[in-house]
Design a protein around this ligand. Structure first.
Ligand code: GDP
Ligand code: MG
Length: 440
């Protein structure tokens, strides 16, 4: 893939914003990469739509090519789709907290049960009880008991002839009496999805009211894992996913598909057969595995940082001299938008608290950034430098050009005056933070 993508990358060398052709050319290869990584077709479609929507018209940073810029956007959307980092197992309930492990046979349920129990014991200092509900295969119960000894976690004593629901009830009761924090229930699996299995799991869930229902799925099974996830979620309701065999040569497509289809977080990944081979889920690593474009992503990130830093410094220097025109304000507004709105960068810049309250007083919400930036974009360079030029006729022209109203333009100008005054005052305070910034 990298070779093919590189071809596309070097082909796209125009500057400015990304055109639909740029994006489509890059997306054809991205689509192929996703399918090769065994991502479900429906997920590939919605994913590329999302990238297209974000990429077309996006500005290409200096020193990177349009193709590289698309890859960065693809990577960002991948990480977003894969979900947040380190969403751990939720034990926020009255102990003993039941955790139900479900999935197909051979997916790694029993192994993962022991791995998680070990982790909760070692890292979270929890007292954990494990119970096997696999009534059909006595060897499965033995397997959990052996693993329990190995990791130093207690298992529920085996009693022959009980049903899965009976064992589950007994486990919860033993957990309560024994003062356990967590009771992990390892269920039986079938080679394929079938109704008896689902019914049993549903009954166990009803009997124990688990706080977490974790689907254990094998990353190597790709698209099948998605059907499994969908079926279990529909019938039993999942709270999260444990993805096993990520040490294998899977490209990570199952992770993306399962997350996109069920919306359930991938909480942990299995990375080997040993009991400590369990890892937190890192979306950026998986994105890199799917795309194989880590170098380009960091290149674009660096380019963005450089530009942000250069721009921030230029603005700071001008602010320190008491020069703050509408172009500077535009840069600030854009920065704020990027950093997550009013609460973001404003509160970080020295002296900006004041400007922030002025913004709020002027009735500026986060949503208004875009229209204010659009209004400034509709001005001529001379107008941006010297806002006094903006008489009524010019305001009308700008409002029409940017889809705003004359009233909004007035608000914008008033806000700019307030900010410029504040800057001027601050720049006169010798040795103030702003002065130092300007001198950087
Ligand atoms: P269950 O039937 O769902 O309970 O599956 P098991 O826990 O018995 O695991 C089936 C096989 O997969 C065992 O040989 C495990 O050692 C192996 N296994 C489980 N998790 C992983 C993993 O993350 N990586 C690798 N390589 N093997 C695993
Ligand atoms: Mg098992």
């Amino acid at each position: 893939l990298s070779d093919r993508l590189s071809g596309i990358l070097s082909g796209l060398t125009r500057r400015g914003s990304l055109t639909e052709e740029d994006v489509n050319a890059a997306l054809r290869e991205v689509r192929r990469a996703l399918l090769e990584a065994d991502v479900a077709l429906e997920v590939v479609r919605s994913f590329t739509d999302k990238v297209r929507e974000r990429a077309v018209g996006a500005e290409v940073l200096k020193s990177v090519t349009p193709g590289q810029q698309v890859i960065k956007i693809v990577n960002d959307v991948l990480i977003e789709t894969l979900g947040g980092e380190g969403e751990s197992i939720n034990l926020d309930a009255v102990p003993p907290v039941p955790v139900l492990m479900v999935g197909l046979q051979g997916s790694g349920k029993t192994t993962s049960t022991a791995k998680i129990a070990k982790r909760l014991t070692d890292r979270n200092r929890k007292k954990v009880l494990m119970a096997s509900l696999d009534t059909r295969r006595p060897a499965a119960m033995e397997q959990l008991a052996v693993l329990g000894q190995q990791v130093g976690v207690q298992t529920l004593p085996i009693v022959a002839g009980q049903s899965a629901v009976q064992i589950a009830r007994r486990a919860i009761e033993a957990g309560r009496l024994g003062g356990f924090d967590v009771v992990m229930l390892d269920t039986a699996g079938r080679v394929t999805l079938d109704d008896t299995l689902m019914e049993e799991v549903a009954q166990v869930k009803a009997a124990t009211n688990p706080h977490e229902v974790l689907l254990v799925a094998d990353a190597l099974t790709g698209q099948d894992a998605v059907n499994t996830a969908r079926a279990f979620d529909a019938r039993v309701g999942l709270t999260g996913i444990v993805l096993t065999r990520m040490d294998g040569d899977s490209r990570g497509g199952a992770a993306l598909s399962m997350r996109a289809v069920t919306g359930k977080p991938i909480k942990l990944v299995g990375i080997g057969e040993k009991v400590d081979e369990l890892d937190d889920f890192h979306p950026s690593r998986v994105a890199n595995r799917i795309l194989g474009m880590g170098d380009i992503v960091s290149l674009v990130e660096k380019a963005a940082q450089t530009i942000d830093a250069a721009q921030a410094q230029a603005t700071a220097q001008r602010m320190a001299k008491g020069q703050f025109d509408l172009s500077d304000m535009r840069a600030q507004l854009q920065q704020m938008e990027k950093m997550g709105g009013l609460g973001g960068v404003m509160s970080m810049l020295p002296g900006m608290k004041q400007a922030q309250s002025q913004l709020t007083n002027a009735g500026v919400g986060d949503k208004m950034f875009k229209s204010m930036i659009a209004a400034i974009d509709s001005m001529t360079p001379a107008e941006r430098k010297n806002p006094d030029l903006l008489k009524n006729s010019r305001k009308k022209r700008i409002a029409a050009g940017s889809g705003t109203t004359a009233e909004q333009i007035n608000k914008l100008l008033k806000m700019h005056r307030g900010m410029a005054d504040a800057m001027k005052m601050m720049s006169k305070q010798k040795g103030g933070m702003l002065g130092k910034l300007g001198g950087m």
